[in-house]
Design a protein around this ligand. Structure first.
Ligand SMILES: [Zn+2]
Length: 209
């Protein structure tokens, strides 16, 4: 059994990815980042539902709130974030940097809880994840050398993820109780790319505020 930290977004890929890792016999912890995303309220509900569904022990559920309106430095000053904060300050809202920031925090947290693997719902190949993430980490610090990066969903498209979910014993209803839509609304918008992709597969979101 390997201790794995999974970057849980409350999305369908997070549900299926963590389910796969648990069924493979791993000890799964998760980290949800509240960085002010407009879907945060609905995503938080999904995260809770997913955790309960997968019987993830309370002590393995982690949530960090990052307040960009103050300063990222405050967040980065925690003892589990031994990284150089200037990398992200000032560019925190740019998507690329935000993704890096999440990985930095994920990597730091994995280090803190002594997880050997940092996992996520990336569907690109592990090679790409490995190359991108590792090269970034190597630039900022050497502390992540002992943490591997892994995606249980590599190479799958959304339909592939749905099929894997059903193979693993999850149901269509389970998949519907996750959040992909990023719209500022009390429910999924039904028109964005993610909503349309999900509609095609019959897994429209059900979480409503
Ligand atoms: Zn939408």
């Amino acid at each position: 059994m390997t201790k794995i930290l999974f970057m849980n977004s409350g999305g369908m890929d997070s549900l299926v990815g963590m389910k796969k890792l648990i069924m493979d016999g791993h000890e799964v912890h998760y980290l949800y980042l509240d960085y002010g995303q407009i879907s945060n309220q609905r995503a938080r509900i999904a995260v809770e539902i997913i955790a309960n569904k997968l019987n993830i022990p309370p002590q393995n559920r982690n949530i960090i709130k990052i307040d960009f309106s103050e300063s990222v430095i405050d967040t980065l000053e925690h003892d589990y974030l031994p990284v150089n904060p200037f990398i992200v300050v000032g560019s925190g809202r740019a998507t690329a940097y935000l993704q890096h920031l999440m990985r930095v925090i994920g990597g730091s947290f994995a280090y803190k809880i002594n997880a050997q693997i940092l996992a996520g719902g990336f569907r690109v190949s592990n090679n790409i994840v490995d190359t991108v993430v590792t090269s970034f980490y190597n630039k900022i610090t050497g502390i992540y050398e002992n943490i591997q990066f892994y995606s249980p969903l590599q190479g799958l498209n959304r339909e592939g993820v749905k099929n894997l979910a059903l193979e693993l014993g999850l149901t269509v209803q389970d998949l519907r109780e996750t959040v992909s839509c990023m719209a500022l609304a009390d429910r999924a918008c039904g028109t964005c790319l993610k909503c349309r992709e999900r509609a095609e597969l019959g897994i429209e979101e059900t979480i409503i505020l």
